[in-house]
Design a protein around this ligand. Structure first.
Ligand SMILES: C[S@@+](CC[C@H](N)C(=O)[O-])C[C@H]1O[C@@H](n2cnc3c(N)ncnc32)[C@H](O)[C@@H]1O
Ligand code: SF4
Length: 395
């Protein structure tokens, strides 16, 4: 039967090996903390050297523990994020990658991304990263407008931002992402469009286009800057998306736009509720085991993390995702994707049968928040715009 009459009776058997496994590595330091950022990142105290060697050793200890807990499976993608991983020397990244290779099997087409901030590297470092096997960069541009960057508390200016993309090309990266934010303090429609046009002109394979949000526990939350009004932000988003589409960047997730075949495999694995190991200060992972889906996280502060790893007392905080929460957790990720997901993916990655959620799918269908196309479940435009309403059906 088709549409919601279909009676697929796929039972969950936890065949974890069939679920792709990614590796996230957190580098928690930045030159300076940005006032809008709630990531686990810490400004470097002046004069304090980066504890590169100790941190790489800690990461590899952490990885050993992860494999002891969850067994070995080939790694599909690696993402070295932060913080500012491009503060780490090529020598340190080489030690990290060789340590990983000595411990686990990487898929032959593994995507290895490193986050880089303009102004934290020189061209030689990018070329070295490329030679080590980093095959994707994610560059935190935010804006090309120097005044906007100053208001965001960034350490780079517009010229550094352009230079970063240019040297990524020169270093041989044919696959790099530019992170852009819109809805910046005092930003006009013209300024926002100029940012998108400059990004497109630089020819990245991927652009992430985020609306600036004021997050609790940030300076901007306590002392909010004056942001554009909602109508202006809406117009900026619509016109920014149109410029990206005209330039051949297809939207595949709420904030992610890619040239053909250049979607971020690592993030796609998150959004399709794949498995991932997280190593580093504050990193967390999600691994499917015969005992259920386990979340595991590490202590947040880099000093505590370094101390625990050196003392061989690295604490892994574990929790099991209850069966009744798995469906919502899956939807919170997969419904972000413009092309949605297949029912096979849902049943493979959660302990939910399709029958169990059919009434809720039917409600979403009746409210025109999703479409069902054979075995594919796809959010409608309304469903994507009102994602919280759609998700509330699965609570
Ligand atoms: C892990 S963060 C930081 C990466 C890198 N250190 C940087 O500063 O560019 C990844 C991206 O999230 C986005 N981001 C961070 N805080 C944000 C906020 N409050 N609102 C919207 N986007 C944000 C930025 O575009 C940022 O590049
Ligand atoms: S936005 Fe990036 S550079 Fe700024 S504090 Fe956060 S992680 Fe560090």
């Amino acid at each position: 039967m088709n549409k919601l009459g279909q009676t697929l009776t796929v039972k969950q058997d936890v065949a974890a090996d069939a679920i792709p496994l990614s590796l996230y590595i957190h580098i928690p330091w930045c030159l300076k903390k940005c006032p809008y950022c709630d990531f686990n990142s810490h400004g470097l105290k002046s004069g304090n050297p980066l504890p590169e060697d100790a941190y790489i050793n800690a990461l590899l200890t952490d990885l050993d523990l992860e494999f002891q807990q969850s067994g070995q499976r080939p790694i599909h993608s690696i993402f070295i994020g932060g913080g500012t991983p491009s503060l780490f020397s090529a020598h340190a990244i080489a030690d990290l990658l060789s340590g990983i290779q000595a411990r686990c099997k990487l898929k032959s087409d593994v995507e290895i991304t490193l986050e880089a901030n303009p102004g934290t590297f020189e061209q030689a470092r990018f070329s070295d990263y490329r030679a080590l096997g980093i095959n994707r960069l994610s560059i935190g541009i935010q804006s090309f407008n120097s005044d906007a960057l100053k208001q965001l508390g960034r350490v780079h200016d517009g010229h550094d931002a352009i230079h970063a993309a240019e040297i990524a090309h020169r270093a041989g990266f044919d696959n790099f992402n530019l992170d852009l934010m819109f809805g910046l303090p005092g930003q006009s429609l013209q300024q926002a469009k100029a940012d998108v046009k400059t990004a497109v002109r630089l020819g990245p394979a991927h652009i992430s286009y985020y609306q600036l949000t004021l997050e609790p526990n940030t300076l901007f939350y306590v002392q909010p800057p004056i942001l554009p009004d909602d109508d202006t932000i809406w117009t900026i988003q619509e016109q920014g998306q149109a410029l990206l589409a005209e330039a051949g960047y297809q939207q595949y997730e709420i904030s992610a736009y890619a040239q053909p075949e250049k979607k971020c495999q690592h993030n796609l694995n998150y959004w399709l509720f794949g498995d991932y190991i997280g190593i580093g200060a504050g990193a967390h992972g999600k691994v499917t085991t015969p005992d259920g889906i386990i979340r595991r996280s590490k202590v947040r502060h880099p000093n505590d993390y370094l101390r625990q790893a050196a003392d061989d007392t690295l604490i892994q905080t574990e929790s099991v995702i209850p069966r009744e929460s798995q469906c919502l957790e899956f939807m919170m990720n997969a419904l972000r994707l413009t092309k949605g997901f297949t029912t096979e993916t849902l049943t493979q990655r959660t302990q939910m049968t399709l029958e169990a959620i059919q009434p809720r799918l039917k409600t979403a269908l009746n409210q025109e928040l999703i479409n069902i196309d054979g075995k594919k479940i796809v959010p409608t435009r309304t469903g994507s715009l009102f994602l919280n309403d759609l998700l509330s059906i699965f609570m």
